[in-house]
Design a protein around this ligand. Structure first.
Ligand code: BGC
Length: 733
């Protein structure tokens, strides 16, 4: 009888049986948390531990022996740093995870997509000079699509380490010296990578890195100790991370540095109390490369097992490549040093991200031919637009730029003129030199046969060979204007690329000074990954354009700026010190106790940097009206509107970014001299005026944080700075 009932129910409602057979975690219709818990309840300890590990894969993509590598890979591995861009191979590995593991948990494929994958766009330091976060969101969206089509679901980007020491090679990877700028561009980039929803077909998980304070590395030497006061941590280094977490970033990477005695990798306060308990981050933290094992070198763990224990206890969920979790977590659980509930908590964070990405429901990626995956026309246009807005006109004496239409011969001199590979910048592994438009090619396109372009390399980027100087000088002599293109090799920036001086190698400086003999106007074009020491060159040239490392599409925007087709609109995201010895120097320093002239400053050089944060010229003139405040007195819970009208009083259309700074001259704790709180970029036609408005929210814009992260607004006088205007107002209780 019972059998009969079951049979008839089966015949009448077959879906009931299918549903009851499909585990909850495989049911796309179920809420993520339910799926996470269901899956977790089915996993054994080994399976859980493997989820907490990330291995590398794909260095060898030789189809003849790749099979062996796939075979050796545990099907239960949590994540792979995928060092290939072959979607087919990636799917093959994923198939192993889905079909050969007991529970079919998809692998999370990760890699460093830092400023584009194959369509490389400008380095982050340059992107911030655009003051155009929307363009950055779009560029990251495009990079996300190229990533998915290469089999990648997670990028180790953006890097939002506030950096104030340009000797540190990794300054090129962040958005400059200011916390607010790093916050705004970090959020813009997270939005681009993750899209509206992580489960959208071309979204990938972003990763805020390196949490936290890595940019403070002593003397700009990579991997060194960082002495960071709690005040500096909360005021300067943590705010971009808090903004990124609020924007919903999926993951965070802990940094290499030892933070005043407790390395980030084993820092419970930062990884758990701040990131998760205070800010509510519900994704996971991945270690940096080999960073758990490095706790031994940092002197806080005696061996790999203790390192694993300390990192895990601190709240670090995924072990990048060390396999210390793989080796020791089970032992640590059996010794009851780590509780199963902690393992479950860590695993659930990783599973949550995988579910949110939709990996369980769509584990495989499209397998398109290479030409359909990368370098689409609209992508190159976007890279070019971003490069254009990132370039900064630093100097333009006697309006030598744009080049006059009477110019018939341009000498293009220097090691960067025909360079393609170095324009890509650091961390552009998938970028190819042949994809890059050189300065020379951009100039040819721009000037066609209207102007004769004569080229001489002059010298290499480094070394002592001056044999090309003479030809370069002859070329310069025959021209109407000399464009000298100098710069840095891409490997001089990025990780493990610290430099004791930020000057260009002396051979390049010598070349430029030698060319002075031609008695022609000189335009200096720079392509580099950090601010440079230009004190011996600046006075020798009429104009300077900082083009940074623009990626694949820098030639056309640069040529457009030279010809005047493009009006430059970039402003510096980082101070250019006059000399290396001025470091550290940044706009938001605190005031000296004796702020009288050069008192206390280096007596052998000027006090001011060569170019301050925010500096950048235009071909037009923007006139700022008298700025106004909606009130001269507000209560702490009231808002205040600051307004200025900007008029394009020049002869060409242009884009102007208005930067709004605040300062609090008297406060319970000393405050930076100025802090950027808002910026806005607008396009203005000739003669056009536009209003720029900044709504001041006292708690957001006027408060200070104490050394525990608590925010306060104090009554008293405050200052708003815009252009060269200073407005004061009062906040009352
Ligand atoms: C770098 C990270 C990078 C990781 C993975 C590390 O050496 O510090 O920025 O994401 O390697 O490649």
């Amino acid at each position: 009888m019972r059998r009969l009932v079951i049979l008839s129910v089966w015949v009448l409602f077959p879906w009931l049986f299918v549903c009851s057979q499909t585990p909850v975690y495989k049911d796309a219709g179920q809420p993520v948390e339910k799926r996470v818990n269901d899956l977790l309840s089915r996993m054994n300890l080994r399976e859980k531990v493997l989820q907490l590990n990330q291995y590398t894969f794909g260095e060898n993509d030789n189809p003849n022996n790749i099979g062996k590598e796939v075979e050796n890979l545990p099907a239960e591995i949590g994540s792979l740093i995928y060092l290939s861009i072959d979607p087919q191979l990636r799917n093959e590995i994923q198939r192993k995870a889905m079909e050969e593991s007991r529970l079919g948990i998809p692998i999370l494929f990760a890699t460093d997509v830092i400023h584009g994958l194959r369509t490389v766009y400008p380095i982050s330091l340059a992107q911030a000079c655009s003051f155009n976060p929307d363009l950055v969101t779009r560029a990251c969206r495009m990079a996300a699509k190229e990533s998915v089509l290469s089999g990648i679901n997670w990028t180790f980007s953006p890097m939002i380490d506030v950096a104030r020491d340009p000797r540190w090679g990794r300054i090129s990877e962040c958005y400059g010296e200011d916390p607010y700028l790093n916050a705004v561009f970090g959020v813009a980039s997270v939005k681009g990578y993750q899209g509206e929803k992580l489960s959208d077909p071309y979204s990938i998980a972003a990763c805020l890195k390196h949490y936290v304070g890595y940019g403070v590395s002593e003397g700009g030497r990579d991997y060194r100790y960082t002495d960071i006061s709690p005040q500096a941590l909360w005021e300067t280094y943590l705010p971009p991370y808090e903004a990124g977490v609020k924007a919903g970033v999926a993951t965070v990477m802990s940094s290499f540095n030892d933070i005043s005695g407790i390395p980030a990798t084993s820092n419970h306060y930062l990884l758990t109390e701040v990131l998760k308990d205070k800010w509510g981050h519900d994704g996971f933290v991945v270690s940096d490369w080999n960073a758990i094992e490095q706790l031994i070198y940092q002197g806080v763990a005696k061996d790999r097992k203790e390192a694993a224990y300390k990192a895990f206890q601190a709240g670090l969920e995924m072990d990048m490549r060390d396999n210390v979790y793989g080796e020791y977590l089970e032992e640590l659980v059996s010794e009851e040093k780590i509780q199963m509930a902690q393992i479950d908590e860590a695993v659930s964070r990783i599973l949550r991200v995988k579910f949110r990405l939709g990996l369980f429901d769509k584990p495989y990626v499209e397998e398109l031919p290479e030409k359909e995956r990368y370098l689409q026309k609209e992508d190159i246009t976007l890279a070019s637009d971003l490069a254009e807005e990132s370039m900064v006109l630093l100097k333009n004496e006697n309006s030598v730029l744009p080049l006059s239409s009477s110019i018939k011969r341009i000498a293009l001199i220097g090691p960067m003129v025909k360079d393609s590979s170095n324009l890509l910048g650091a961390w552009a592994f998938r970028g190819r030199a042949e994809d890059v438009e050189t300065i020379y090619e951009g100039m040819q396109k721009e000037f066609g046969d209207k102007v004769q372009l004569d080229y001489a390399q002059g010298c290499a980027l480094d070394g002592e060979d001056e044999s090309g100087f003479f030809t370069a000088l002859e070329t310069a002599k025959a021209s109407d204007v000399v464009v000298v293109c100098l710069g840095e090799a891409k490997q001089w920036s990025g990780e493990n690329a610290s430099r004791s001086t930020i000057a260009l190698p002396s051979i390049q400086e010598k070349l430029l000074l030698y060319l002075k003999q031609a008695n022609k106007p000189i335009v200096l074009v720079l392509s580099n990954g950090r601010p440079l020491e230009l004190m011996r060159l600046e006075s020798q040239v009429e104009a300077i354009i900082e083009m940074w490392q623009p990626g694949v599409a820098g030639g056309t925007p640069l040529a457009g700026i030279l010809s005047g087709r493009v009006n430059p609109s970039g402003k510096l995201s980082v101070t250019f010190p006059l000399s290396t010895g001025q470091i550290p120097i940044y706009y938001n320093m605190r005031q000296s106790a004796r702020p009288f002239g050069a008192m206390g400053d280096y007596q052998d050089i000027p006090t001011e940097p060569l170019y301050p944060f925010g500096h950048g010229l235009s071909y037009t003139t923007f006139v700022y009206s008298d700025a106004k405040l909606s009130s001269s007195k507000i209560k702490k819970d009231q808002k205040l509107i600051a307004e200025v009208t900007v008029t394009n009083a020049g002869k060409v259309e242009g884009k102007e970014t208005v930067l709004w700074f605040v300062s609090d001259p008297v406060c319970s704790i000393s405050r930076p001299m100025k802090e950027l709180k808002y910026f806005e970029k607008q396009s203005l036609k000739v003669g056009e005026s536009k209003v720029y408005r900044f709504e001041i929210d006292p708690m957001r814009d006027l408060s200070y944080t104490d050394a525990t992260g608590k925010r306060f607004v104090e009554a008293g006088e405050f200052v708003v700075w815009v252009g060269n205007q200073k407005l004061t107002f009062e906040v009352v209780d």
